[in-house]
Ligand binder design. Sequence first.
Ligand code: ADP
Length: 347
Amino acid sequence: MLEVRDFTKYYGDLCAVENLSFTIDEGEFITLLGPSGCGKSTTLHAIAGLVEPTDGKIMLRGEDVTDLPPEKRNIGMAFQSTALFPHMTVRENIAFGLEMHGHDSTAVEERVDESLELVDMPDHGDHKPGELSGGQQQRVSLARALAYEPDILLLDEPLTGLDRVLREEMRGWLDRIQTEVGVTTLYVTHDQEDALSMSDRVIVLNDGQSEQIAAPERLYESPATPFVAEFVGKSTQFSGPASRDGDRTVVVNDGKTITVDGTDIDDGDEANLYVRPEDIEVSATPAGAENEIPGRVVNVANLGNRAEVTVEVADGLEALAHTSRFPDIDIGDEVHLRFDPESVIAL
Ligand code: ADP
């Protein structure tokens, strides 16, 4: 459906994106995830025709569109700032996009009604954007982008600036609409929760290069690189020289011996180990188990349905564990952390 092939973009001497290749299948929801400045918007804008690639090709439905102007690519876009025209009503905003794409006036009226219906706002057509909440403005922006049935929908941080509750609500809603309409979507965000909750696949970008392209579950459970392990989800990191012991690997970090089930790490290599907070158990007493590390509690954050407990296990080394809600644990407590060798991610 869409293919980005060896896309490279330089701004003067600065390499913003280097040799990025990926494909998006019909109907897929793909997210470009990465920290600020990693090249997400540059990639999105190149697909839209707003940025000229230094090298590489953009193929849409098998056609090379690299040199086509934006209006010749059938692409819908919605941005972080909704870019609605404030002096126009919601209807006029949506109609404007359709007219730009050459629809006649009867078709425009029909499509405006349908797209307002789609975003659950059939009664808001005569409102001005300023009379709507942030979430409603985003929905209008999306209705406008979807109205002319684009081949692909590009969304650039559309949920940024919304408060947490609304953001979560909008995620569910956006996911539903995308499935309902079946439109191929490329979503850009620095927010891992957006990426993990909505995408079929995620492209993790770091410094203009792709680190991993995978389904959310795989990204979280089998990160390909230390960057992905650290950027997607929280974890405790141990590192040190590895020694193989049959089908197990033992890594010693600051006097602490950690056992990992079967890894590809060679004897003597420096290993990076990551343990997810939900895989670490916090206990007041030792059980003499494998991967048991003593430490002192330095923070307890009660998050309602669970708590995040931070434990100092060595000078400058803190571990993060999830416990059941409102645990009987206080700052300063001496505790023992335990985790299964199978749960350790080794890179
Ligand atoms: P992101 O969307 O991930 O925050 P961008 O694609 O906006 O990243 O930027 C990637 C890099 O390119 C950054 O270093 C940014 O400063 C630089 N950059 C982006 N746009 C321009 C531009 N028009 N001129 C010069 N440098 C730019």
